[in-house]
Design a protein. Structure first.
Length: 90
């Protein structure tokens, strides 16, 4: 069986990084979480120990960034738009 989870995870994490760079932090966090789920499933099916180690090191970095975003979003009382201006909550 071909492991399709890792390529899917890479696609998703690429989108997460793109959104992160655009400062769309809520969207980025959701994408990081989705990518991490795919990576964790994919690593179970990975047979090459070297590849497994590389994947897990990457996963640790993405997990750290997701935790940073979550903490930052929890501290921020207002939503921040892509233009960088705060919007009032209704």
């Amino acid at each position: 069986m071909e492991n399709k989870f890792i390529p899917q995870a890479i696609e998703i994490v690429t989108l997460a990084i793109h959104e992160d760079n655009k400062k769309n932090y809520e969207e980025a966090l959701g994408l990081y979480k989705k990518a991490l789920e795919h990576f964790m499933i994919g690593v179970k099916y990975e047979k090459n120990p070297t590849s497994k180690d590389i994947i897990m090191k990457r996963v640790e970095g993405y997990m750290t960034r997701a935790e940073q975003l979550r903490a930052m979003l929890e501290k921020t009382p207002k939503a921040v738009s892509a233009s960088g201006t705060a919007e009032l909550e209704k």
